[in-house]
Design a protein around this ligand. Structure first.
Ligand code: NAG
Ligand code: NAG
Ligand code: NAG
Ligand code: NAG
Ligand code: NAG
Ligand code: NAG
Ligand code: NAG
Ligand code: NAG
Ligand code: NAG
Length: 641
């Protein structure tokens, strides 16, 4: 750097150019407040000049002299300096040695700025060098922080402190590093353009948890009270690392529900709620809530909350279950079927939780109880007794509902055993009772006369009555020729019944009314005829008894109608009680019904009954007929039932 004055003449011209007004000082230099700084400096002046009275110099602040007459920092001739530099400056260099090195002590931030040197080598040879040293006085150390700190990527933070004060050497310490995972520190010293900087680099791998944490760098001069600190807050970018949503939950239909989602990420994510894969709401925030008013079963499903902040994305799902009472079941329409057919009755409903479906026939359990949305009741080979109201009951813990259908079974006529002929005052009376659906048509056939009677004519009183599915027909054989001859065999009466499903024909038996016969004997016929009559009667009875022995049957004529009705009523009450019971019981209902099943199955409807079981209506009708026509007599019908 020094001017080469003693070079060979050819190079002297070039060298002369170098040995003009020139100065070397650091462009930038820094110092900590209250410490000192040495600005290294050396200068040149043209080689032709021979300073007579020595070399002098002045340091100016801010501007090169003479612009705006800047404050004097140091002056070698006098000690007149600007107020703010009084007692602070000292020239360390020897100007005659062209060394203009300057010390400024106890610097403050107000001393930050440009420093210019002006050389005075005598006479008019004064020169303000345009180059300057720019001093920065720091009250805090500098920390070099990368523009972006990303989680899980190694991070280097460097803290710098100037070391340009010869008496004092700073030291650097990192603060608040206790929580850092495996921090590594490395100190460094760098010198550049005659200025020195010490630094300490902290290396670690930040985690999301370090976002927002404080870190500090402390610079201090040992054995002094000078301490400088700088704090930084870590802005650690991380992808969503947790997406919190409400745990899966259940709500009642019609209620309101808020689903909440919070995403932990930096920066805030674009957060969105998806329902069954379709985005329904989004925002740029750390949390998002979706509110559902008047929830319906359509709202049931998977809700997913997605957070995406450019560093990554994450999602969490919940299942929202909507509870509701069963919907009114859909069942088949009422139907009319033919005996022996097989049916499958369907009951469809919806409910959450899945309802239990119960088929009841006239209030009694029919089939099994199933859980689900469909229950099929299969009825094989249906019998007339299975006519009735079939109700499908759907229930869950939130409610119950039902729907019903009626099944009507149609069947061929069935002859009832109450049919018979009896001897009465006016002759013989024959009654024929049959059930069938549609109700049967009854006619009588007298084989001896080869005639069919279906209406009243001159000779016969024909009476017919239909009640429900029960038909009753009656004829009176009045004339001698048509009734049992005193000597001849009993008259034959056939009862013939039919509907669209079939026809049946039965020979009716003549039953003797013994007491009544005696009355007839005593009351109407003279004493002469008594013996003949008795003989005839005995014969007749004998014959009849034989018949009865050959084909024993039970008589079902009631002794006391009130008893019968109360029995029927009692049965009906029991039935209603059962229905009420089934309707009133809550969720314990199922097990009770199961118990009932066993009893029920053992006993009745699903079991095939003998075809010639009497229809209850038939009993009623029959009774009214019999009671009017025949004298009372004991009966064992109750035990028969
Ligand atoms: C100038 O003077 C300072 C202080 O005495 C000294 O440290 C430095 O080495 C000198 N510079 C040169 C180039 O001689
Ligand atoms: C600080 O002072 C102590 C004694 O007063 C001395 O031993 C030590 O070397 C000094 N440290 C520095 C860096 O000057
Ligand atoms: C979800 O969480 C939010 C906030 O904690 C709460 O207000 C809301 O009721 C919760 N929703 C459900 C369905 O639990
Ligand atoms: C939800 O985000 C908003 C801003 O988007 C914020 O003000 C609020 O504090 C957040 N709530 C919670 C619980 O984080
Ligand atoms: C949710 O995240 C899983 C992986 O964590 C991914 O397979 C799925 O596709 C994501 N769902 C959505 C809707 O982005
Ligand atoms: C009842 O309805 C279901 C479905 O509608 C049908 O499949 C079934 O055959 C019906 N049953 C009868 C006996 O009609
Ligand atoms: C079934 O019959 C009863 C009378 O026996 C009647 O009250 C009810 O409405 C009928 N139900 C249907 C679905 O037809
Ligand atoms: C009964 O009468 C019908 C005519 O009404 C006749 O065709 C039939 O041959 C008769 N049967 C007997 C056995 O007399
Ligand atoms: C009786 O039977 C005859 C012949 O079968 C028929 O024409 C008549 O309509 C029947 N009478 C009644 C009341 O059914």
């Amino acid at each position: 750097m020094w001017c080469l004055e003693l070079l060979i003449p050819l190079l002297l011209i070039i060298s002369d150019a170098n040995c003009q007004w020139n100065i070397w000082l650091p462009r930038d230099i820094s110092a900590m407040t209250n410490s000192c700084v040495v600005i290294p400096c050396s200068f040149m002046y043209p080689s032709g000049i021979r300073p007579a009275r020595g070399v002098h110099g002045i340091w100016y602040f801010g501007q090169p002299y003479p612009q705006l007459f800047p404050p004097v920092v140091f002056k070698s001739l006098t000690d007149v300096v600007h107020e703010s530099y009084k007692g602070r400056t000292k020239l360390l260099g020897d100007l005659n040695q062209r060394n203009c090195t300057l010390l400024i002590g106890n610097v403050g931030t107000e001393h930050s700025g440009r420093y210019y040197f002006r050389a005075d080598v005598g006479g008019a040879n004064k020169y303000s060098y345009p180059d300057y040293a720019e001093l920065k006085v720091l009250d805090q150390p500098n920390i070099d922080v990368p523009e972006e700190i990303v989680s899980d990527e190694s991070l280097e933070l460097t803290c710098y402190a100037p070391d340009n004060c010869p008496d004092m050497t700073p030291e650097i310490q990192w603060m608040y590093t206790d929580y850092l995972p495996d921090p590594v520190f490395s100190a460094e010293y760098t010198e550049e353009s005659n200025t020195a900087v010490i630094s300490n680099t902290l290396t670690f791998t930040p985690r999301p948890m370090h976002n927002g944490q404080l870190l500090g760098c402390r610079v201090y001069f040992p054995n002094t009270t000078l301490v400088y600190e700088r704090l930084i807050s870590l802005d650690v970018k991380y992808s969503p690392r947790s997406v919190w949503v409400n745990v899966s939950s259940e709500v009642m239909e019609g209620s309101s529900v808020t689903l909440h989602c919070e995403v932990d990420s930096n920066p805030s994510p674009r957060v969105a709620w998806l329902f069954e894969g379709q985005e329904v709401l989004w925002d740029t925030a750390s949390n998002i809530s979706i509110s559902l008013d008047d929830v319906t079963p359509e709202n049931e499903g998977i809700y997913t909350c997605i957070g995406d902040n450019g560093y990554g994305m994450m999602n969490t799902s919940l299942y929202l279950a909507v509870k509701y009472p069963p919907r009114e079941p859909v069942v088949n329409d009422s139907m009319t079927v033919v005996q022996g057919s097989s049916l499958a009755l369907h009951c469809n409903t919806m409910g959450s939780p899945a309802p239990t479906l119960t088929w009841l026939k006239d209030g009694e359990l029919a089939g099994s109880i199933t859980a689900g949305e469909l229950s099929v009741l299969e009825i094989m080979d249906i019998t007339p007794q299975q006519t009735g109201q079939y109700r499908c009951l759907a229930e869950n813990e939130h409610g119950r509902t039902s729907a019903s259908l009626n099944i009507t079974v149609e069947y061929a006529p069935v002859f009832l055993e109450e049919s018979k002929c009896t001897v009465v005052r006016e002759g013989v009376q024959c009654v024929c009772v049959a059930v069938g659906n549609p109700e049967p048509t009854i006619e009588f056939y007298l084989p001896d006369l080869n005639i069919t009677i279906n209406e009243t004519d001159g000779r016969f009183n024909f009476y017919t009555h239909t009640d429900g599915h029960t038909s009753t027909a009656m004829i009176k054989l009045r004339e001698k020729g048509e009734r049992a001859d005193n000597n001849g065999p009993a008259v034959n009466v056939h009862c013939s019944m039919y509907n669209i499903y079939g026809r049946e024909s039965v020979l009716l038996e003549l039953q003797q009314e013994k007491k009544y016969m005696m009355a007839v004997i005593v009351g109407t016929i003279g004493g002469v005829a008594v013996i003949a009559f008795i003989i005839a009667a005995v014969r007749y009875v004998g014959q009849n008894n034989k018949k009865e022995n050959g084909n024993p049957r039970q008589d079902v004529v009631l002794e006391n109608p009130a008893l019968y009705y109360s029995a029927v009523k009692k049965d009906k009450q029991n039935l209603r009680k059962k229905v009420l019971k089934t309707e009133l019981l809550g969720s314990k209902f199922n097990s009770i019904l199961e118990e009932t099943t066993v009893r029920f199955l053992n006993k009745s409807l699903l079991k095939h009954k003998p075809q010639r079981q009497m229809h209850p209506l038939a009993y009623q009708l029959l009774f009214s007929v019999h009671f009017n026509l025949f004298p009372k007599r004991p009966s064992a019908w109750l035990s028969h039932l």
